[in-house]
Design a protein around this ligand. Sequence first.
Ligand SMILES: [Mg+2]
Length: 125
Amino acid sequence: MEAGFSVNDTDTPIAALKREILALCRRKGWGDARGVQNPQHVAMAMTVEMSELLEHFQWLNPPDVERLLAGDDPDRTALIAEEFADVMMYALQLADALNIDVTREVLRKIDIVDRRPPDPNAPKR
Ligand SMILES: [Mg+2]
């Protein structure tokens, strides 16, 4: 890991994570000279990792979910976190390969959803 950046969401810019992932890809010999992999492959790999993430939620009943939300299932939470990281790493690789600014696009999407009128027939979330 690059020196000088803190290991938490508060202090770590998204750009720093993108650099770390590219560095990992270069160390592993994945992708081009910068470590950029084929975005089509990255998108497909991301869905595989998303399935691995979902597997940890498969067949949970409401009390299991409540335990998870309460922080009373640290083993399952750790497994979910690991798969979440896989998904995020591919998402950030995709963003880097296609020059997507994550912050700008997320904020733009929040604005779009915010402006969307409520659907009176939508199920309650
Ligand atoms: Mg995985």
